[in-house]
Design a binder for this molecule. Sequence first.
Ligand SMILES: NC(=O)c1ccc[n+]([C@@H]2O[C@H](COP(=O)([O-])OP(=O)(O)OC[C@H]3O[C@@H](n4cnc5c(N)ncnc54)[C@H](O)[C@@H]3O)[C@@H](O)[C@H]2O)c1
Length: 272
Amino acid sequence: MNETAAYYKNKIAVVTGGASGIGLALTETMLSYGAEKVVLGDYNDESLIRETARLNAGFPGKVLGCHCDVTQESAVRHLMQSAVEFGGGRIDFLFNNAGAAFAGSFDELTNENWEKAFALNFYGALYGIRAVLPVMRSQGSGHIINTISGIAFFPMAYQSMYSATKAALNGLSLALRYELWDENIRLTSATPGTTITGIWEAGGVEPPPGAQSAEQSAHTILAGSAKNERLVLGDEGDLSGAKQCFNPDEAKGIDDILLNIARKRRSGEGVF
Ligand SMILES: NC(=O)c1ccc[n+]([C@@H]2O[C@H](COP(=O)([O-])OP(=O)(O)OC[C@H]3O[C@@H](n4cnc5c(N)ncnc54)[C@H](O)[C@@H]3O)[C@@H](O)[C@H]2O)c1
């Protein structure tokens, strides 16, 4: 067994947004590594029921599907309680993966739009962290993996909400990583890389050429997290975005690229 698989073997995990895309691939991959139990939290009951049944057919008794809207703190607390009961008292991993790629022209966005974006992409994860910490503290270990996006390092026009929510989540993850380090609770920020999932269809666009599968993304996230990486970068694009984002020597080039994207989107090309 390799180092990555060993990290998840016999462990209990909770995955929010686990009924599709990257969350589902994280779940299936951990099960293939010998994870003891995985709890899927999702608000899409149709996918949740279907995928929980399918996974339990392959891994009998190992998967619990729990209806959970992560924007509701009480629902997230309930998800963790259900996971504790299902997992025999433990939660080793929490993947705060539920999220959406909110888009739109800043001028047209209302405060309500902003609140909804933060409720899902930021507060959903914050509630997850709050709810799981007592469990991880009592067992003396745990690992929380927050799914951000390459957009946190490459903030594109007409995706101000997506950029801001994922950058905020990254800040929370990385600050907390050091606050909790000495309690043996690990925090990782992970970008999935450009990945073929329903998120593109929901945004009304095709995944760009070269986009990877959800399985590839899950492998990268699980391997990086197993090494306790601070930041897992899901593909080459995210790696170069992260390297260049805060590098003053690259500022002019990055401005040119981002301005070009903004102008193209304004003219209706490749609008998210
Ligand atoms: N696919 C990509 O290219 C890409 C790139 C960067 C980051 N991401 C991030 O990866 C994560 C997973 O996205 P995905 O690409 O697998 O998309 P997806 O749409 O396939 O999966 C998102 C899941 O989250 C669930 N969800 C949405 N709102 C919820 C809520 N309020 N409560 C509970 N569950 C909710 C959905 O039902 C769905 O199952 C997201 O955080 C997304 O921002 C994806």
